[in-house]
Ligand binder design. Structure first.
Ligand code: ATP
Ligand code: MG
Length: 326
């Protein structure tokens, strides 16, 4: 059906327990803008809202016209709303330090006389490390549970998918690791002729890691608490990207909140004597909207117009929110 069955507003009202909202989609389609607009709308409904970014490349300060880096910052002009760009460098340094300590402990434990630094380098010098540090940041924030609603700028799509896809493997792997750690430990205890239990930071880490991942999975797959929204344009590539995402998310049981179509040119403003360029784009969008209705049947929540300027500042975000939540 070529119409919106359940709007963005309906969806949020029908999910009063909603706690974690994410926006995914191709680069530049308006994820940050939709996160900002949604956060403002929810704050106006009286919820205490945290608009957070875990990306190394932040854009919330720019969007809001206010420095929100490194700490929970009340957003000027919007009661109930806080924004926060996580200091990713700081997290990465801390994660490195944690890993360094674990490796040092392990080398000592195993009586290996190699410098820990070589291992630390190889464990942390890759993009996956940065990505997973960001993911840890996000779930830390989620677990703290200090707000009624968390709106995350940019879904860690690949990460969430990987996490959930891997979580069975993780579980098996960690289970095996734990078992062999237990065995190694009891052997050591036996050999040292003492009954005293040794500390085992590596095992503690594995246990807590498994717990954290399990809890994250629980929250991220809870249909009442979590929703991933996908932003697209009426164009081929952004549609293809979110089609793939939605497929993955269905497979992993992560709740898909719906699809937002952004930057639609207002047809009513286009006349026969409008520039050919504009008429062509309107035609193109109309064609791709056919695809959208067909592919995302029942999932389209809102169609947001292309504005005459970029979306920056609280006033412009309020205007966008009014259109996102008609
Ligand atoms: N409906 C709209 N009308 C006009 N400009 C828009 C609209 N939506 C978004 N924009 C502008 O488009 C640009 C991209 O938006 P935004 O930064 O939200 O995209 P993004 O998906 O978060 O990008 P990235 O992938 O880089 O994080 C911004 O300059 C924003 O102000
Ligand atoms: Mg963005």
């Amino acid at each position: 059906m070529n119409e919106i069955a359940t709007s963005m507003k309906d969806y949020l009202l029908q999910h009063p327990q909603l706690h974690y909202v994410f926006f995914g989609g191709k680069g530049g389609v308006g994820k940050t803008v939709m996160a900002g607009a949604t956060a403002i709308w929810a704050a106006n409904q009286g919820k205490r809202v945290m608009l957070a970014s875990t990306n190394p490349v932040h854009s919330l300060s720019g969007l809001l016209g206010q420095d929100v880096f490194g700490k929970h910052t009340p957003v000027t002009g919007v009661p109930n709303l806080w924004a926060y760009e996580i200091d990713t460098k700081d997290t990465i340094e801390r994660s490195k330090q944690e890993i360094r300590e674990k490796i040092q402990w392990f080398l000592k434990f195993a009586d290996i006389s190699t410098k820990a630094e070589d291992f630390v380098e190889s464990a942390t010098m890759n993009p996956a490390f940065e990505e997973s540090a960001m993911f840890e940041n996000m779930i830390d924030l989620m677990f703290k549970d200090e707000y009624d609603l968390y709106v995350f700028d940019t879904a860690p799509t690949a990460n969430a998918r990987r996490l959930l896809g891997m979580s069975k493997v993780y579980s098996l792997w960690v289970g095996k690791m734990l078992k062999s750690r237990e065995e190694a430990r009891s052997l050591r205890e036996l050999l040292s002729f003492t009954k005293k239990k040794e500390e085992d930071p590596l095992m503690d880490y594995l246990v807590s890691f498994r717990e954290r991942m399990g809890h994250a999975r629980e929250l991220l797959t809870d249909e009442q608490k979590t929703a991933f929204f996908f932003v697209t344009l009426a164009e081929a590539l952004p549609i293809a990207v979110i089609t793939r995402f939605i497929g993955w998310f269905h497979d992993f049981g992560i709740p898909v909140g719906g699809v937002i179509v952004n930057m639609m040119i207002d047809r009513a403003q286009v006349k026969e004597d409008s520039p050919e360029f504009v008429r062509n784009r309107v035609e193109m969008q109309a064609r791709y909207m056919e695809d959208v209705w067909e592919k995302f049947d029942g999932l389209v929540r809102s169609i947001v117009p292309l504005y005459e300027t970029e979306v920056r500042g609280v006033e412009m975000l309020k205007r966008t929110a009014n259109s996102l939540f008609v």
